[in-house]
Ligand binder design. Structure first.
Ligand SMILES: *Cc1c(COP(=O)(O)O)cnc(C)c1O
Length: 282
């Protein structure tokens, strides 16, 4: 699907509501490509690129908005496979004043070599740290969640705040929304602790190591559209490995509950304002 947009002012943008309608049309045209087996899906990727026929560094007057759709296979065909992360303080994904909070093609390139290098040492992904205090930011191209047991017996679900170095992923936002609706009892989720506390706050490697030593580090996972959740069972940092419980099935209770809640919404097993029927939009 292709839509050329002419931008008379640099601030004009394309209506999100109209784009949703166009995506509905695309999905209905491509409906034969929608896989029916559980776990498979039609991946939809909107993209916006400048197309002005000129060389030069300046805002584009013409842009092309297009949406790619493709059937994709399941991330977890044979159950969860928790990943090991390498946290290398010499690598930086995003920095204050940079473009880390935007979804750019450039988010992906810099991670590829880093991931290949980590793989040589037995880690599947990179845990991006920031600064001398080793703040945790993201994992590969996913947002990060950590669960900690607190002294009062409650479970704290932590994700780093949107401070400009974090990509505001829709999966991150969905998990926060679902967790908060569970906490407020608006929509309790089976499998989540009753006394859950949801925190958008900074967390650093010092706190992770302390929690691991105390036995209060109970879960860690990445969150992004493709896998939804990606459980972590090990973090390599400064020459040692921190083990993280990943449950008997390879995922902790929070990751498991979130995967189920989100796929239930995606597959229309439950009614939810986030799911839109294609027929209703055509
Ligand atoms: C795409 C992406 C995410 C996840 O965003 P979703 O909208 O949940 O798919 C997280 N971090 C980075 C750097 C990304 O590029």
């Amino acid at each position: 699907m292709l839509t050329v947009i002419h931008l008379p002012t640099h601030h004009q943008t394309f209506s999100g509501k109209e784009l949703t309608k166009l995506i509905a049309k695309l999905v209905s045209l491509d409906s034969n490509w929608i896989p029916s087996e559980p776990g498979y899906s039609l991946y939809i990727r909107p993209t916006l690129i400048g197309t002005q026929a000129a060389l030069g560094v300046h805002p584009a007057n013409d842009a092309l908005l297009f949406v790619i759709s493709s059937p994709v296979g399941p991330y977890y065909k044979t159950g969860f496979k928790p990943v090991a992360l390498e946290a290398d303080p010499s690598l930086v994904r995003a920095w204050p004043g940079g473009v880390g909070q935007y979804k750019l093609g450039a988010n992906y390139g810099p991670g590829i070599r880093v991931q290949m290098e980590a793989a040589k040492r037995g880690y599947q992904q990179n845990l991006w740290l920031f600064g001398e205090e080793h703040w945790l930011t993201e994992v590969g191209t996913m947002n990060l969640f950590v669960a900690l047991k607190r002294d009062d017996g409650s479970t704290e679900l932590v994700t780093p705040p949107l401070n400009g170095t974090i990509l505001p992923g829709v999966t991150r936002d969905s998990i926060l929304g679902l967790a908060r609706d569970h906490v407020s009892k608006k929509a309790p989720i089976e499998g989540l602790p009753d006394n859950l506390v949801v925190s958008e706050r900074e967390i650093n490697m010092g706190e992770i190591i302390k929690a691991s030593e105390k036995g209060s580090l109970i879960e860690m996972f990445g969150a992004g559209t493709a896998a939804i959740v990606s459980p972590v069972d090990r973090v390599g940092f400064k020459g040692r490995d921190i083990q993280i419980p990943a449950g008997e099935e390879g995922a902790g209770p929070i990751a498991k509950a979130m995967l189920k809640s989100i796929t239930d919404i995606q597959l229309g097993r439950v009614d939810h304002p986030w799911s839109v029927l294609v027929e209703d939009l055509l």
